[in-house]
Ligand binder design. Structure first.
Ligand code: ASP
Length: 394
């Protein structure tokens, strides 16, 4: 979709429709349903003849951006023939059975497009919208297409200021086909959000009853419903019926509240100042053209997706040296293997640790949007980019 038509759509759709038509509720501040059971508890003993109830159900806003989950298929068995980003989130949530037993759900239509249609300035707007919602909500669910979902999730992970749960979900089959994963994913994302269990986890991606850390997750298959994986390290946990089971935590969750926030406070940045960062993929005898073209087109930084432990071809390497000398371009090394750490660094070259290339690109883009000092950017990669587990003194 063109930027113009997306803007028009956004203006038309940015309505913030409340979907929950719950009975009058009194919120217990700060309370999450620790294990979501849909329990409604009485507040104070009711005076004779009155029937006041207090609901402890958390408030969850679903912010929709489109994707297959909002897809309208040609017919009920057209798994591949559908229009992504067609259905409205208010209608989808209204159709969802039993959601009022797990949360007070409201919806906000941010846009309705495939995930690849969004620009980085759009993600800037999305991140600010998520933080705005979290001023009044207990948690947020963001729906999006799965193609670039790992990037949308990691951008939010690096920029949202609130420590409340942010869950990104979508589906591999459109909403309107038999056996769609769309309804179950949306329901379970709301359930995970309402559980409050991922507070301080940053953004978490949930599909197929599993949830993953935004920093580590990647789409691994073009069609299967179990497409999202965290290579080698695995999911954070599962959602089974009422149970939300967490088996490990992202390193970031161990940081103190004071250190938890990243330096990337978008409210302090004009979106016209977002940096430009590209990815150069290396392969047998790769030429110099990717790097030279990116530099000629104004890239502030370049991530290399190298072979093995991050190596790049001779021609690419010579061009990288020239870009550093002539343009002060900052590079990050990653591996194209799909998993593993990376230690290749040098002057104007930062090791991307186990960030994959698209994750490293967002980390570098945000870093260069806030500083062009190499040591500062490198320091951010070593703390917020690397996110290695370290257990505080007991
Ligand atoms: N093309 C779609 C998108 O990324 C695919 C999906 O939603 O899964 O928006």
């Amino acid at each position: 979709m063109s930027t113009m038509s997306m803007k028009v759509l956004k203006t038309v759709l940015a309505l913030g429709v409340t979907a929950a038509a719950a009975a009058p509720v009194v919120r217990i501040p700060g309370a999450y349903a620790a294990e979501v059971t849909g329990t409604v508890v009485a507040s104070t003993p009711a005076a004779a003849g009155t029937s006041t109830v207090v609901s402890a159900l958390p408030k969850v806003e679903v912010i929709a951006t489109g994707g297959t989950i909002a897809g309208q298929s040609a017919d009920a068995t057209s798994f591949g023939n559908y229009r992504a980003g067609t259905l409205l989130i208010a209608d989808m949530v209204a159709e969802l059975p039993d959601k009022d037993k797990i949360a007070q759900v409201s919806t906000y239509q941010f846009g309705n497009s495939g995930s690849s249609a969004y620009s980085i300035p759009d993600l800037y707007d999305l991140s600010l919208r998520v933080d705005q919602a979290l001023k009044t909500q207990d948690a947020v669910v963001v729906t999006s297409g799965t193609d670039t979902m790992e990037e949308i999730a990691y951008f939010l992970d690096l920029t949202v200021r609130s420590s409340k749960p942010v869950i990104v979900t979508g589906s591999m089959r459109p909403w309107t086909v038999i056996g769609s994963d769309a309804q179950a994913n949306l329901y379970n994302a709301i359930k995970l959000a309402a559980s409050g269990k991922t507070k301080y986890f940053g953004t978490v991606l949930m599909l197929n009853d599993e949830f993953h850390a935004a920093r580590e997750v990647t789409k691994s298959n073009s069609y299967r419903t179990d497409t999202f994986v965290t290579p080698e390290l695995g999911a954070l946990g599962y959602i089974d019926e009422a149970g939300v089971r967490i088996y490990r935590a992202p390193a970031r969750a161990l940081l103190s509240a004071a250190d938890w926030n990243t330096p990337f406070d978008l409210s302090k940045l004009n979106k016209s100042n977002l940096a430009k960062v590209e990815i150069a993929y290396s392969y047998q005898d790769a030429g110099a053209g990717a790097i030279s073209s990116f530099v000629a087109n104004g890239a502030d930084g370049i991530v290399t997706a190298g072979t093995g432990a991050g190596g790049i071809s001779r021609a690419m390497s010579a061009e990288r040296t020239a870009a550093i000398a002539d343009h002060d371009t900052i590079f990050v090394t990653t591996t194209r293997t799909g998993s593993g750490s990376n230690y290749s660094s040098g002057d104007n070259i930062i090791a991307g640790d186990n960030l994959n290339a698209v994750h490293a690109r967002l980390m570098l883009l945000l870093s260069l949007s806030f500083s062009n000092d190499f040591d500062t950017v490198k320091g951010w990669f070593e703390t917020y980019g690397a996110a290695q587990v370290s257990v505080p003194e007991k």
